[in-house]
Ligand binder design. Structure first.
Ligand code: F6P
Ligand code: MN
Length: 347
């Protein structure tokens, strides 16, 4: 019998009170995720939950009914947890949760909203970090910590299975909700991402808006065995960050959401605090890497709760290769002659 999430959390907390608060918060988040999952399963989806509201969220995205419902459910969970501040994609300002708590939570309550009405996996992404004295008095200060301060991070996937991918800073583990057991049990212990990528994930419809370095990287993947990479790549883009990340944890690959020339997209689409940081934490603890193209995500100091960042994550060697393309435009001029020479050799 697989071990339960509860047993795992207990063993990780030991007698450390802050870690015990993390464990308690994760338990509450799980109860909230089961509620969201039940709402989705009950068929309240489709027209109702995917219906657009008049409102947009803090990032300017159109809110769906399920975005708002999930936000309410997770805010309640934060209030029932040792969490001082709840910072959500769906709300402009951090919300006061439990004044006696020790933690802050940054959360994307419903990731992948554009997939709600198509019955494709969606999820919830969260990041937990400690709140010091200054952060207790001022929520803005509480949220301006780099991702290295995270005590735990993870995401739920509402897909064919209800999964929790979790890292409390000691490997990345996958738990599955078992209705028979009535809780989450371990499905994969210590995920280990293949350092070499065979698959890339990017929204290629933005090709013409990318910087030349990003286009060169993708051009080289597309060129396959005929190109400088000398091997073929496959492509997948689900459009739900949680699902794309889970695939990469399971079978490797690289994910890219770069900045581009569209209005408002200079730093891409994804949010540092409640998307990039928790994903980077889980990916690094699974042996992978995550950058904004060049700089390690976890070392970026945020300038606001809703700050955006370009995001590249996945197999370590592939993420390092992307950084070489992005940081060293000179490698671009080297690339064509080298490619040319190889072709000559082959001819
Ligand atoms: O939360 C933002 C998000 O829905 C992610 O889940 C996903 O990776 C991305 O946006 C998809 O963006 P686009 O629609 O531009 O491909
Ligand atoms: Mn999201």
């Amino acid at each position: 019998m697989s071990s339960s999430l509860d047993a795992y959390l207990q063993s990780q907390a030991g007698s450390d009170p802050l870690r015990a608060d993390v464990a308690e918060t994760v338990r509450q988040l799980c109860l909230a995720a089961i509620k969201v999952r039940n709402t989705i399963l009950s068929g309240g989806t489709g027209d109702t939950l995917a219906a657009s509201r008049e409102a947009t969220n803090a990032g300017g995205d159109i809110q769906k009914e399920l975005d708002v419902l999930a936000d309410r459910v997770f805010e309640e969970a934060a209030k029932a947890s040792p969490v001082v501040w709840y910072g959500s994609e769906e709300q402009e300002e951090p919300v006061a949760a439990n004044p006696t708590g020790t933690l802050a939570i940054a959360i994307d309550p419903l990731d992948g909203s554009s997939n709600i009405d198509t019955n494709v996996s969606i999820g919830t992404i969260f990041s937990l970090f400690p709140v010091g004295e200054e952060g207790r008095a001022n929520p803005h200060a509480a949220f301006l910590q780099p991702g290295t301060s995270q005590l735990a991070a993870g995401f739920f996937i509402y897909g064919p299975q209800l999964l929790l991918v979790l890292s409390v800073g000691n490997g990345t583990h996958v738990f599955i909700f078992s209705p028979a057991f009535g809780g989450f049990v371990e499905m994969r212990a210590s995920v280990d991402i293949d350092p070499r990528a065979k698959e890339f994930a990017i929204n290629a419809s933005n090709y013409r808006h990318w910087e030349p370095q990003m286009r060169s990287y993708i051009d080289d993947c597309l060129a396959g065995v005929e190109g400088p990479r000398e091997r073929d790549f496959n492509m997948r883009w689900i459009g739900s960050l949680v699902a794309d990340c889970y695939r990469i944890l399971v079978r490797g690959g690289v994910f890219l959401y770069p900045g581009d020339a569209r209005k408002g997209y200079a730093k891409g689409r994804l949010r540092l605090l409640y998307e990039a940081n928790p994903i980077a934490f889980c990916v690094e603890h699974a042996g992978g890497a995550a950058t904004d193209g060049v700089t390690r995500i976890l070392e970026i100091v945020p300038d606001g709760l809703h700050a955006r960042t370009p995001l590249v994550f996945g197999g370590k060697r592939e993420v390092e290769r992307v950084a070489r393309y992005m940081a060293d435009p000179a490698s671009l001029s080297e690339r064509s002659p080298l490619f040319g020479k190889r072709s000559l050799f082959r001819a």
